[in-house]
Design a protein around this ligand. Structure first.
Ligand SMILES: [Zn+2]
Length: 124
């Protein structure tokens, strides 16, 4: 009977009772043990990836839901959407910095011009 103690045993998140790995509902309190399977269809993946990349914070809800799945394919989807979200944030920050730098240098250019004239005046 010692073989019954395997790593696959789940514990009910509601009452903590041990439940068999394949149990869908807790035998003790009847609460669902497994989250419903998330879709891993191509269409769903595309939506998740698009939202992850173009609307960064909104993709994260899916990202964590998929990462928590035991299904390997779902985990990969979660991972990809996480990477896309991070990439989108990096691109966003980079774009903002690029814009600020551009703004700075054009301001510096404008101010720099008058500054050097000012400096020349001071040197006279
Ligand atoms: Zn329970």
């Amino acid at each position: 009977m010692a073989m019954d103690m395997n790593l696959e045993d789940r514990f009910c998140p509601s009452c903590g009772a041990k439940a068999p790995a394949d149990a869908v509902f807790c035998p003790h309190c009847g609460k669902p043990l497994q989250e419903p399977q998330l879709s891993t269809s191509i269409g769903k993946q595309i939506i998740i990836y698009l939202v992850s990349f173009f609307l960064p914070p909104f993709g994260l809800a899916w990202t964590f839901k998929y990462l928590r799945q035991e299904n390997k394919k779902a985990k990969i989807i979660g991972l990809v959407s996480l990477i896309l979200t991070i990439a989108a944030v990096i691109v966003g920050i980079w774009a903002i910095f690029g814009f600020m730098n551009g703004l700075n240098s054009s301001l510096n250019g404008a101010l720099g011009g008058s500054n050097s004239q000012f400096n020349q005046l001071m040197q006279l």
